[in-house]
Design a protein around this ligand. Structure first.
Ligand code: BG6
Ligand code: MG
Length: 210
């Protein structure tokens, strides 16, 4: 791999917080009687909290004020944060940690590029609070994926250009963001079958084969 920097999505790439997003949204959706399933959840990958809520509410019959929507999003976040509190260093797999260490050992700069406002909290929970050279997340962007802003900021923080960085993603929205920002990308899960992905991966450690 001839890139100088690697920008990792967090939820669903570094750790399995995607399953907690699902559980928290499901609880919120059930509380207002709106249908929600894994397929709808997949459309929320990489998308901001409020935009995720709007996608879920496509199946809602009724009108909600902006304030009520804000409350629902906050409710989901409270449930989500309770689930995150249970996370420990055990939620970082050996495969992910060893792969990160090997990439770092080969001289790559490593960054996070996540739409989440909870990213730094999650990183601390899994023992990676001080690990990355830069963290670009939901707190420093105005538009979430598929806009490329979060990755462009991450590259800036690493003092690198887009062409010098590889983005690693599990969301199709993230692969589009990488493509539109001029980055090469590696995709796992549904991102591996995106038409814009540069390197489809079967598993995280396949990064070492690129
Ligand atoms: C992304 C997730 O990483 O973060 C999305 O893939 C989520 O599903 C988004 O909506 C925002 O996360 P948070 O933690 O700020 O609600
Ligand atoms: Mg993700």
């Amino acid at each position: 791999m001839n890139c100088k920097g690697i920008i990792f999505d967090l939820d669903g790439v570094i750790c399995s917080t995607d399953k907690y997003h699902y559980l928290a949204w499901k609880q919120m959706a059930d509380s207002i009687g709106v249908y929600f399933d894994e397929n709808i959840n997949n459309r929320l990958r990489g998308v901001s909290r409020m935009e995720s809520l709007e996608i879920i509410l496509e199946k809602y019959n009724g009108n909600l004020s902006q304030e009520e929507k804000q409350e629902l999003a906050e409710k989901k976040n409270e449930i989500y944060r309770e689930l995150l509190k249970q996370m420990t260093t055990k939620d970082l797999t050996k495969e992910v940690k060893e792969t990160l260490d090997k990439l770092r050992g080969s001289g790559k700069k490593l960054a996070i590029g996540s739409s989440s406002k909870n990213a730094k909290f999650i990183l601390r929970q899994i023992g990676l609070g001080d690990y990355f050279d830069a963290v670009s997340d939901g707190t420093n962007i105005t538009k979430s994926k598929p806009a490329p802003e979060v990755f462009i900021k991450a590259a800036e923080y690493l003092a690198l250009n887009s062409e010098e960085c590889l983005v690693v993603e599990d969301a199709k929205a993230g692969i589009i963001a990488a493509h539109d920002g001029g980055f090469k990308s590696a995709g796992i899960g549904e991102a591996a079958v995106s038409e814009f992905v540069t390197y489809p991966l079967e598993t995280f450690s396949d990064l070492l084969k690129i």
